[in-house]
Design a protein around this ligand. Structure first.
Ligand SMILES: NC(=O)CCC(=O)C(=O)O
Length: 265
């Protein structure tokens, strides 16, 4: 396998809102499932806020303090199985409040990047209970630059473009995106892939929490905008192999980045 190729597994799972113990247990089983079989993934990604769900009224009590519980579990899994992990996002309690944070690990279990969601989603009351991050999500995968955004962030094309201009060839997107906005989810992810000529790899949760239902439909999209893999509405491990060298080929065919006129807009 060339070092530009990457086998990806997305853990599309149910999240039990307000019950971290159940979610850590469920995730352990799902991670074991993801590395079973002959086609072991190089990289695994999890959904948004998988540790607590949107139990925002209690988030201060149940968020993972400095991400410690999560880091211990995911780091040891990553090093044991020699797999890169984009740890979805978790509710993470810091001194000044709670953030919606991704930790990414390399195959030695080292934290290589973190990103806290910068756009808080008012429709789900995030701004009342969470603090917004202040920096971009950038990391390396298979030797290439990549970016991270969380759920609602995909509605901001400027963010994806900024990461693409910074060199990102793939964008990783953990989400808890509920019904009835499947059309928005698919369209926005496809648009981010096509306009930035990059892979977009998005892992949504599924199942029901209170009155919200989550449709799953995790997606892996290539830089031409073709869907390589799409999940249904149930729990699953969505798998695909991507070849990051495709990004340069697509950008050479339609040179969007050379043709930009930033002086005019
Ligand atoms: N968790 C989220 O950020 C949800 C975003 C969402 O549903 C949307 O429509 O945007």
């Amino acid at each position: 396998m060339s070092d530009k190729k990457l086998r990806i597994a997305l853990v599309q799972m149910h999240v039990d809102a307000g019950n971290p113990d159940a979610n850590y247990e469920r995730l352990k089983m799902k991670l074991e499932e993801a590395v079973q079989g002959t086609e072991k993934p190089d990289l695994i990604m999890l959904p948004e806020m998988w540790n607590t769900g949107y139990a925002l009224e209690q988030i201060d009590q149940i968020a993972d303090v400095n991400g410690e519980r999560t880091k211990v579990m995911l780091s040891s899994f990553a090093s044991e199985h020699r797999v890169q992990l984009i740890g979805g996002s978790i509710a993470e309690k810091r001194e000044n409040g709670v953030y919606n944070t991704i930790y990414a690990f390399d195959e030695n279990g080292e934290v290589i990047a973190d990103y806290s969601k910068i756009h808080l989603f008012r429709l789900m009351d995030e701004e009342k209970h969470l603090l917004a991050g202040e920096k971009l999500g950038q990391l390396k995968v298979a030797g290439a630059d990549a970016g991270m955004m969380i759920c609602y962030d995909i509605r901001f094309p400027e963010l994806a473009r900024k990461l693409a201009l910074g060199g990102a060839k793939a964008m990783f997107v953990p989400a808890q995106w509920p019904n009835p906005r499947l059309h928005h989810w698919r369209t926005l992810l496809l648009a981010r892939a096509i306009e930035n000529q990059m892979f977009v790899i998005a892992c949504n949760r599924c199942g029901t929490s209170g009155s919200s239902t989550f449709f799953g439909h995790s997606l892996i999209i290539d830089p031409w905008g073709e869907i390589i893999a799409e999940a249904g509405e149930e729990e699953t491990i969505l798998r695909a192999e991507i070849d990051l060298s495709m990004v340069d080929a697509v950008r050479a065919k339609i040179p969007v980045f050379e043709d930009r006129r930033p002086a005019l807009y």
